[in-house]
Design a binder for this molecule. Sequence first.
Ligand code: 6PG
Length: 510
Amino acid sequence: KFKRIGVVGAGNMGSMMTLAFAELGLDVSVWDVQKHNVDQVLGYAKQAKTSKGKVDGFYDIDKFVKSLDQAERKLFMFSITHGDPADSVLSMIKHDLKRGDIILDGGNENYRRTERRQRELKPLGVSWIGMGVSGGYQSARRGPSLSPGGDRNAIEDVLPFLEMYAAKDRRTGLPCVTYIGPGGAGHFVKMIHNGIEGGMLSTVCEAWALLNQGLGLQYEEIGDIFEQWNSHGELKETYLVQIGSEICRTKKTPQGDYKGEGKSEANGYVLDDVLDKVVQDDDGTEGTPFWTIMDTAARHVAAPTLAAGHYLRVASGNREERIKVAQKLGVPKPRPLSSVKDKGKFVETLRRAVYCTFLASFCQGLEVISNASDAEGWNIDMGKCIQIWRAGCIIQEEYIADLLQPVLSNSKTTIRNIKQIDGVAAELHRNYDSLKQIVMLATEGDHYIPAMSATLEYLKYCGGTMLPTKFMEAEMDFFGAHAYDKPGVPGEDPGKVAKGAHHYEWRPAQ
Ligand code: 6PG
């Protein structure tokens, strides 16, 4: 249906999309506010041998939009920074938009802003589709995981093209794209993908540090372990573990410096050049991990693994402050795990703890999706969410996908609590002791395990029948007449979320 597409933004992602679209046979018009980005993508396109479509670069946005006008309907792919930049480009092209035009917003945008733009464009008959694009610039070139949400008819019109572009499930060949739901559902699902990604990233780096500083293993040895983990069992085909093994083995080459900012010494590992600082853009006040944590709290879904991963990142980002605090706190540094006599056994226990924490991350993310889907009326098929996360994206985890997809796809009702799925509960139960052992050993050696320790507590309290919150409730009733429910009273015990029925005057007024 569409012969030409207009790509807005020729940064890492937009330039790779441009090449991929041309390879799929579309003519591409590409515009960027930075002239050199346009020149760069035109340079890449010249070298691309497999292109079937033409690539035309534009420095002038009006000429860019005009180039799309020959077709009955214009199709855009936005690949620019969320928030103000997206609003500003929209305002520049809005007067040229016509009924039937479609804008795919592939940025990591806040789903509420997506919904605002959908409302703004609806009277014009223009569809703004909030579409998660996952997998980084390399997947953008070869085929990412896509989560489009918004007007269903418009999405169905572009779906054949998106299916060609998307990554394919290695086993079934199915494309990793589907209509997610109306409104901001697509960007919401991508936001949660990134929240899960945060929990998993924290877990992998915790495991890496335990192997390196706890067991004293060399990078190459850790690379071998990650490769084994990734080759079979519960961590097979797990993207973050797989790239972890490559990172551990990557040695510096004189050509290797990304963006050519000086040549590194051609000796040693690239990892040795990487500081322990993961900065969030916009001072952390924007961005998908942050929005995920805000949303889990707003929807009353416990997601401590995702939050712990995010807070580790937040604290890591301000290295200057951290170094000053370190001098005052004098927290002990991680020590070799001298009590570990059988390294092989420890590595296996750690593998299970990592898997258990990954699975908990999925539970937490999916519970937010299911909750939001109900509350917003999105009717998201969670089995399809797992399907689109099978290839192309950052949270690919084959074993977990195999565990979850059949149940979520076949369920007639929305599953609000993923831990109630028998198979999931059995897996969490089976690996609980491994997680506990790792948390104990790591704590003893003063290692960093925010995501794993948060997951241990999460499993304890989400599956606990007599929590210490009995005392919290009493204190709150004491100072705030919070009111409590009583044991054994029908309707109250077990009871669902409801305000307590009883108040006691613990300290009668004098
Ligand atoms: C993906 C990633 C990607 C990632 C950003 C980092 O699915 O490809 O999730 O979108 O989130 O590269 O973004 P933040 O710095 O905002 O976390």
